[in-house]
Design a protein around this ligand. Sequence first.
Ligand code: ATP
Ligand code: MG
Length: 335
Amino acid sequence: MSDLVQVNNLCVDYITFGGRVRAVDDVSFSIKKGEILGLAGESGCGKSTIAFALMRLHRPPALISEGEILFDGKDILDFSDEELRKFRWADTSMVFQSAMSCLNPVKTIESQFYDIFEAHNVVSTKEEGAERAKELLQIVDIPPERLYDYPHQFSGGMRQRVVIAMALALKPKLLIMDEPTTALDVVVQREILQKVYELKEEFGFSVLFITHDLSLMVEFCDRIGIMYSGKLVEVAPSKEILGKPQHPYSFGLGNSFPTLHGELQEMIGIPGSPLDLNHVPDGCRFAERCFNASEQCRTDEPQLRNDEARGWVACHHPLAIDFRELQDAPCSELN
Ligand SMILES: Nc1ncnc2c1ncn2[C@@H]1O[C@H](COP(=O)(O)OP(=O)(O)OP(=O)(O)O)[C@@H](O)[C@H]1O
Ligand SMILES: [Mg+2]
């Protein structure tokens, strides 16, 4: 699979009264065509800031200060306003963290679909727009006759599905979903994500999926990137991130979630609290909270490197435990 998106050494700063805060620091990753990449990490680690940067939707005080974002080989940071206008919705679309409240409460769904089609000159009449919008609603299992309703006439889950249908309206190559289902119950969450997965299989687009919910992410994503305080600290196939975590932070995150299957296990949280981005230490940002930290970790910042044996991890002392093997091993071998 070739890369659709390549983010190279991206840095995003917020200019605040207290000074310049680097919310995303030297982050590099790629998203392959047709791939679902997850981004996980504690609140405030920079996930949404990356999502906004990928669509160049960041607004002051946010500033992309370094790096490049290649989409199909072209750096979107060099795009003109006209190129950007075409790029958004048609090439990349986004379901925001507060997607449900993105719908305009005083316009019908029909009229909001029409605004998208009209802005990109893809339909010539309202009737044509309505036909296309009805097809999109059916894709997300909303009865087409509901097109003429207002947002308040839908349930939360339905509104979320309407927003996803709008995001797919121009058949984008990349769909960014930032906590798309957080406000919904687990059953509806899964239904919606299952739908997105089926659509992805059908249309072949790529997805950047952001959530706090690692278990949901593991089910839904091909690979997962783990962020900590503005840094990407590990990227691995989703099955490995919980089963064979290499960064102690990925290990800690995995332990903070209950498993749905198997025996009851004690959950162990991560001691300490996230870093204050105004006071970033010299060495590894996770060192203060890490059970495995050495002197080197407090002075040298580990870089995210692709080690052939280990994959992508930014840690001086990556873990080498494979929990999947431990689970399969007979009990006698564990004692
Ligand atoms: N407008 C702003 N001005 C100053 N700092 C900001 C602004 N928006 C975000 N930040 C800071 O940037 C950092 C990253 O924020 P971001 O919203 O990307 O986090 P996140 O990982 O999406 O968190 P969450 O999981 O809570 O959505 C945080 O430390 C936040 O305080
Ligand atoms: Mg966010």
